[in-house]
Write a protein that binds this ligand. Structure first.
Ligand code: SF4
Ligand code: SF4
Length: 192
């Protein structure tokens, strides 16, 4: 089974500091009020508060930003975006950080970015996620034979509750109902 290979774009090869510049522009008017931190439901698991992460972005501290797991743990709930008194596009800016981590294959975030890519690949093939296929693609990408064991308990519980179906993943050929949207986004990202 072949997984979809992303087309390398300019953003994949540009220095990370330049990519971070674009994110910095989005949050430049930040006044460090802390409303984003107070609004975020995921701060309990983050190593930096959102407010502090934005401060690091503004200071150009790219190593500290990408060493942190704060942006990767964002669940895109938009609370901070809706409440930021400066009206900053914070969720979008976090999406940019996730994209940089994925495109540059930053080792610390490899598990999360491969999980996300595998999910999207299955959605692209079927128009919805096929759980068995999705996890199979993820396990193959991670190249860790012990990894499936970590998920086996959860998988069994979900099967018992009928949340996922057992069976051999189909690995459909693609061309699902969402294919035109994926293609269009690829074209836009490539600047076509
Ligand atoms: S809520 Fe907006 S202005 Fe306040 S710290 Fe967060 S990003 Fe900055
Ligand atoms: S969008 Fe992300 S960072 Fe903002 S409040 Fe929600 S989970 Fe937190």
């Amino acid at each position: 089974m072949e997984t979809t290979q992303a087309v390398k774009t300019e953003a994949d090869i540009r220095p990370r500091s330049l990519l971070l510049d674009a994110v910095r522009e989005k949050v430049r008017p930040c006044i460090q009020c802390g409303t984003c931190t107070a609004s975020c439901p995921n701060t309990f698991a983050m190593d930096l508060t959102p407010r502090y992460m934005w401060r690091l972005v503004l200071m150009g501290q790219e190593e500290a930003v990408f060493e942190s797991k704060t942006f990767i743990l964002c669940s895109a709930c938009y609370s901070c975006t809706l409440r930021c008194p400066r009206g900053l596009p914070l969720t979008e800016a976090i999406g940019d950080l996730k994209q940089i981590a994925a495109r540059q294959d930053i080792p610390k975030h490899r598990g999360s970015t491969r999980f996300y890519k595998s999910f999207m690949e299955s959605v692209r093939r079927h128009g919805r996620v096929d759980e068995m296929e999705f996890m199979s693609i993820y396990f193959m990408r991670m190249k860790n034979p012990m990894l499936p064991l970590r998920f086996s308990g959860l998988g069994m519980r979900l099967m018992k509750k009928g949340k996922i179906s057992a069976g051999i993943p189909g690995f459909g050929k693609g061309g699902g109902p969402l294919e035109p949207i994926f293609k269009k986004v690829e074209e836009m990202e490539a600047g076509k």
